[in-house]
Design a protein around this ligand. Sequence first.
Ligand SMILES: Cc1cc2nc3c(=O)[nH]c(=O)nc-3n(C[C@H](O)[C@H](O)[C@H](O)COP(=O)(O)OP(=O)(O)OC[C@H]3O[C@@H](n4cnc5c(N)ncnc54)[C@H](O)[C@@H]3O)c2cc1C
Length: 455
Amino acid sequence: MSRLVLRRLRHVGRPLSSQLSSCPPLPSTSLRHGSLRDSRQRRAFSATSPREIMETTGFTENQLMVREAVGQICAQFPNTYWQEHDQKEQDPSDFHAAMAKAGWLGIALPESLGGSGLGISEATMMMQTITESGAGMAGAQAIHANVYATQPLARFGTREQLEHTIPNIISGKWRACFGVTEPNAGLNTLGLSTTAHRLPDGSGYRISGQKIWITCAQVASKMILLARTTPLEQVRRPSEGLSLFCINLDRSQPGLEMKKIKKMGGRAVDANEVFFDGYSIPSSALIGEEGKGFKMILHGMNAERCLLAGEALGLGYAALSRAANYARERVVFGRPIGQNQGVAHPLADAYMRLEAAKLATYHAARLYDAAAAGNESIKQDAVGVAANSAKYVAAEAAFAACERAVLAHGGMGYAAEYDVERWLRECLVPRIAPVSREMILNYIGEKVLRLPRSY
Ligand SMILES: Cc1cc2nc3c(=O)[nH]c(=O)nc-3n(C[C@H](O)[C@H](O)[C@H](O)COP(=O)(O)OP(=O)(O)OC[C@H]3O[C@@H](n4cnc5c(N)ncnc54)[C@H](O)[C@@H]3O)c2cc1C
């Protein structure tokens, strides 16, 4: 192991052996003794542990170290944990705590702020390892915003925000959520109408408006919020007059309400409508310069697309690996179902799609990191095209893999105990968020193919 890796991993956390022993006890489960399990045993399925199917040749030493160490933590949270938390809609707070305790929430934050100083290439691998472990999107979303939404804060935050807020997010004391989407603006972020009205004495702002689909708002104590500080009619360009804030979510204060949204998948983590009605925040909540919030958000968008692409890949590999195991072992008409090309070929096809998406994902992450490190030969447009393309192809590859995994399981694909139905429900998220497939196609059509803008 190189000295560089050793030095960096010192910041990531304590030795693995102590990380493992410090994990909280896991809830016991009755599912393992359920009737489906019994019937599976009657059919003499083997208990072979799932084989890693992703080709890891070519990853850096750091990425492989991250994969191994994060995988060790995830192994403490088996599929039954995620099944139960999904069914009970219960927040995986002990998983978040374990990741925080081992130092992983600061993976892509500077060492000077208590982070590990690693890049998006390693953070993407971390997110992939989480979903691939079986935790799925629920596991990823439990920590995603803490890793990603802290990026603009670290880059543009005040000294107090850097010294006070970031360490508390890294340590897990505070959880963060990301408040951008609004019901009336949708993907047209520049049309958002939540306002932050500056008080005449300059001591603070009053927030009014509504956000929607805000993940983890119920458990977060901080929100990175995008709001309009200058009305749309008074700015030269719609991208101006938006400001970024790091606000306290103080439910005891008037003017703040939240309503949980019932959703299809990833039910362990909450998603919410958040209503602000004259909610007071101090002026110290502003990140960077007033009116420049959209630029700051843009800074983190490509990073977020890389992370989401990694999360999609992990889901796809988990589902495909499970399907291949099943297809080897399930015997119908006197032979394993995987001996039928009608079963085997779609799985092989799904594998190659994932491998291609993997190359696109880690290529985008590498470009992002190189540009962030000051490599001027890498233009932001190139990073944008690579990150959007990676998110698109990874989400599509994950969907193909998860759908095929359910179909290869036949009826059992529909049973919660086999996990593949959970992953299929969850794999729609990277197709929709943070930007939809259609908007990425619009972007590539316009920016790369120079076609007329359609919206
Ligand atoms: C599980 C989940 C978690 C989320 N977490 C967060 C979060 O933590 N914070 C946050 O801020 N947001 C979050 N989001 C919101 C997410 O980013 C948005 O749902 C997403 O950006 C799509 O916006 P929308 O739902 O308003 O779709 P809309 O803008 O209403 O679009 C609806 C459909 O129309 C299509 N469409 C719209 N305009 C065009 C056009 N010009 N050309 C072609 N097609 C078009 C879209 O592609 C889409 O298919 C989350 C969403 C989900 C589902």
